[in-house]
Design a protein around this ligand. Structure first.
Ligand SMILES: Cc1cc2nc3c(=O)[nH]c(=O)nc-3n(C[C@H](O)[C@H](O)[C@H](O)COP(=O)(O)OP(=O)(O)OC[C@H]3O[C@@H](n4cnc5c(N)ncnc54)[C@H](O)[C@@H]3O)c2cc1C
Length: 376
């Protein structure tokens, strides 16, 4: 039976980042991934992810994204592949909605660069925007997007260079505490390890069924539309964006290499199960997102050219879970990334590695399991 000091269960976003972080600390981890490394069955499909620092959700996340950003840059330099595209970002809010103010308040608290704009100024700077005069916007020059596949491939390559094994198409069927360690049964074999890091994404509820974590998986859809004039949406003149209005939260990206706009709703989504989720999109399902995009942006055509389904794993408070198991401190979990985890992955990898390796490391209070007091 092969033994490892650390096994990572789930080689997606957070598992790949944890393996890189473990490698940097001299630990040669085994990563077990049920599919091929980088796939569309979990939470990292759809090619791009927004990174923003003026964090509307809470200023508590700002130091984490600053650390993650530095590590994405380090990874990019190491890999020699472009991962981070700094296009600037717009957090917009219709009258009566707080998203833009919340972003500004995080920026102010941490001295981040930003421009505070009303709708008139937004339309002046980016003529494709069609918001009312009384909208508010926080423009952040540091924001942009991360390319998912180059990012995850670079994490895995970095981890492998530092001694990790990433085993693809190997599904963990069971794991048990085994004395001071763990025993892990896969569809191929059994391993033992001193420590286990569980980063199973949308499958975390199943993998940790006995813990009864308050996780809900949501089916989310992504849409790509042709643009009348893609040049007006080019990455050097059109920032990533999130708008909050009566229509919920809609976000989007500059035109991709085919001149198409990717846009999606952050709010909403049907509760589902990763094993049985409907992975097809259906006629008419894009109507609300397209309607909102066409109301606030000029030149978004009705031509739907691509779509995909992706999974959010929500906690009740939308904060992540990054902690040790209360009764088994050699088991660490990173779960419940609630549709906003990707940008933080490199920093979360470090947190997971230090919780696994350093008995004195404490979880970040906002991400600790103890907040679900019934569990501990
Ligand atoms: C549509 C969409 C848009 C998003 N947009 C953004 C954004 O703009 N910015 C942002 O920061 N975040 C965004 N996110 C969120 C971000 O992508 C996720 O928070 C992040 O990818 C979650 O990482 P994860 O490692 O938990 O899950 P995953 O990347 O899915 O990894 C989990 C892995 O575990 C594997 N696994 C599970 N069970 C087993 C098992 N038993 N054996 C072996 N392997 C197993 C799975 O196959 C999977 O590869 C978005 C998410 C979605 C779905």
């Amino acid at each position: 039976m092969e033994h490892f000091s650390v096994i990572v269960l789930g080689g997606g976003t957070m598992g790949s980042a944890a393996a890189w972080a473990l490698g940097k600390r001299g630990v040669r981890a085994l990563v077990l991934e049920q599919y091929r490394h980088v796939h569309t069955m979990g939470s990292h499909g759809g090619r791009t992810r927004i990174i923003r620092h003026a964090y509307a959700e809470s200023p508590d996340y700002v130091p984490l994204v600053q650390r993650a950003d530095a590590l994405w840059q380090e990874l990019e330099a190491e890999a020699g592949d472009r991962i981070l595209y700094r296009t600037g970002g717009l957090d917009l809010a219709a009258p009566g909605f707080a998203h833009a103010r919340d972003a500004r308040s995080s920026a102010e608290q941490f001295g981040l660069p930003f421009d505070w704009l009303d709708g008139v100024e937004v339309r002046h700077r980016w003529p494709v925007w069609n918001v009312g005069d009384d909208w508010e916007a926080c423009y952040s020059p540091q924001a942009g997007y991360l390319a998912v596949e180059p990012g995850l491939r670079a994490l895995a390559a970095g981890a492998r260079r530092l001694g990790a094994t990433v085993s693809e198409e190997e599904c963990v069927r069971e794991w048990h505490l085994d004395g001071a360690g763990v025993r892990i049964g896969t569809d191929r074999t059994t391993y033992t390890a001193d420590r286990l890091i569980i980063t199973a994404g949308a499958w975390s509820g199943q993998v940790l069924a006995e813990l009864g974590l308050p996780l809900t998986v949501l089916r989310k859809t992504l849409w790509w539309f042709d643009l009348d004039d893609p040049a007006l949406f080019a990455p050097d003149r059109f920032p990533v964006f999130i708008t909050e209005s009566e229509a919920g939260e809609i976000y989007g990206f500059p035109a991709d290499e085919h001149g198409r706009l990717k846009v999606a709703a952050h709010s909403g989504g049907e509760p589902t199960d990763p094993q049985t989720v409907d992975r097809q999109t259906h006629a008419g399902e894009h109507r609300d997102v397209l309607g909102t995009a066409q109301r606030v942006l000029k030149g978004v055509s009705n031509r739907l050219v691509e779509s995909s389904v992706c999974l959010y794993t929500m906690t009740p408070d939308t904060d992540f879970i990054v902690d040790r198991l209360p009764e088994s401190p050699h088991v660490v979990i990173g779960a419940g990334f609630s549709g906003h985890g990707f940008k933080f992955a490199t920093a979360i990898g470090e947190e997971l590695a230090s919780l696994a390796l350093d008995p004195t490391a404490a979880p970040l209070p906002r991400l600790a399991l103890s907040r679900f007091s019934a569990l501990v």
